[in-house]
Design a protein around this ligand. Sequence first.
Ligand SMILES: NC(=O)c1ccc[n+]([C@@H]2O[C@H](COP(=O)([O-])OP(=O)(O)OC[C@H]3O[C@@H](n4cnc5c(N)ncnc54)[C@H](OP(=O)(O)O)[C@@H]3O)[C@@H](O)[C@H]2O)c1
Length: 184
Amino acid sequence: MVASLDGFIARTDGRVDWLETSDEFAGGDTMDAGFVEEFLKTIDCYVMGSRTYETALSFEAKGLGWSYGDKPTFVLTSRELPRKRDTVEFYSGDLAQFVNERLRPAFRSIWFVGGSVVSAECLRLGLADEIRYSILPIVIGDGIPFFTKLGRDIALHLADVKAYKSGMVELRYEMRGRPSEPSA
Ligand SMILES: NC(=O)c1ccc[n+]([C@@H]2O[C@H](COP(=O)([O-])OP(=O)(O)OC[C@H]3O[C@@H](n4cnc5c(N)ncnc54)[C@H](OP(=O)(O)O)[C@@H]3O)[C@@H](O)[C@H]2O)c1
């Protein structure tokens, strides 16, 4: 997810207007549209919490489009939510069972979109292989944290860092002890 420097992914009321901020960092890379497009092709399915889904629906209603293309998108919810497209499927229950028994056999690259509740659930259950954490050059003072109520420490391996001309810094961490970690 993308966070403010003080670690929030949305304001307390869920607004993400501050994502529009931009700066100029002369030494940074340019976010190449072709590269982003190629990268998105590597994602096989998306998983998101209901509140993130509701934000995505409100973006779409404002004419900002649907960010997840025609990829299968699994929405975690115990509620009855509008289903606006065939690629969306709802799930309620044990997330570890869902990911390990339903998603892993069918999809290679599973992208957890967020939000905070779901990313913490995912980490707590040991389901993540890596974390993509991007920081924007803004402090918003209060909001929804990147991980809600994680409840324990999780040591990470910093695998990659990129800084962009827009002032965004992208961090990629791997979970320690996972096969993808280079041996010490
Ligand atoms: N900055 C970014 O990059 C970024 C990225 C993603 C999201 N966001 C923002 O983050 C905010 C939402 O985050 P959030 O932490 O409040 O909510 P969230 O993680 O999107 O959704 C949490 C909700 O998902 C449902 N849920 C989670 N696990 C479940 C399970 N195992 N079974 C059934 N339902 C489950 C529950 O709602 P029910 O009541 O429906 O059951 C839960 O309250 C939004 O403002 C969004 O725009 C920002």
